[in-house]
Design a protein around this ligand. Structure first.
Ligand SMILES: Cc1cc2nc3c(=O)[nH]c(=O)nc-3n(C[C@H](O)[C@H](O)[C@H](O)COP(=O)(O)OP(=O)(O)OC[C@H]3O[C@@H](n4cnc5c(N)ncnc54)[C@H](O)[C@@H]3O)c2cc1C
Length: 170
């Protein structure tokens, strides 16, 4: 198979998910993450629709439902915690057939990461500083790990993507 080795920049949600599916399809993904470990904290996200379908296909829904918050009401409170206004969330569950859960972004990231861990090379604490597209490979320079060749490089490094900047400019 051509394009066997695939370097993914970013171990957020997109990166490890892509690595999982590439591995399942017979490719050899490598993930590089600039943080020293998986990022924790952050906001909750509403998890439904296509994301829920993908999570289900990865066998994650039992864990997602266990870890997630099954919100019944969104409330706006005053500085004493007294309810000012709000709305019920039943309509979301009805519209999605119960396939709706709210969970911490880093909880989701961690679950996805556990699924691909072990089967995929992960480089924490490093990042890509140079990319050169050649006829039959991509030359990559890492900040710490020297130079390597891959068949394809994919940016999954978030809103301020390093790969986007390196390849397309500012
Ligand atoms: C307040 C808030 C609420 C949100 N609510 C929702 C919601 O309700 N539903 C929803 O679907 N989405 C929601 N989102 C969006 C959701 O969090 C993002 O869409 C999701 O995290 C994007 O995943 P990602 O993997 O593309 O990027 P990220 O999760 O941002 O991951 C990128 C990874 O790349 C790493 N990285 C960055 N630069 C480099 C580099 N140079 N080299 C190597 N690694 C690098 C980062 O450390 C990070 O680990 C919300 C976001 C915010 C801020």
């Amino acid at each position: 198979m051509d394009n066997q080795t695939i370097l993914i920049s970013g171990a957020g949600i997109a990166g490890p998910t892509l690595a999982f599916w590439l591995k399942a399809a017979g490719f050899t993904p490598t993930v590089v993450e600039c943080a020293q470990a998986l990022r924790t904290g952050g906001y909750v996200i509403d998890f439904w629709g296509l994301g829920y379908d993908v999570g289900e296909r990865m066998g994650l829904t039992a864990d997602i439902d266990r870890i997630g918050y099954h919100m019944r009401e969104m409330r706006i409170v005053d500085d004493r915690g007294e309810r000012l206004t709000g709305f019920g969330t039943k309509v979301f569950r009805e519209l999605t057939g119960g396939r709706f859960v709210t969970l911490g972004r880093s909880d989701l990231s961690s679950l996805v990461f556990q699924k691909m861990k072990g089967a995929t090379e992960v480089m924490f604490g490093d990042e890509i500083v140079g990319v050169q597209e050649q006829a039959d490979h991509v030359g990559v320079q890492f900040k710490h790990a020297g130079e390597r060749r891959f068949d394809l490089v994919i940016g999954a490094d978030g809103l301020h993507s390093n790969i986007r900047r390196l390849v397309f400019g500012s």
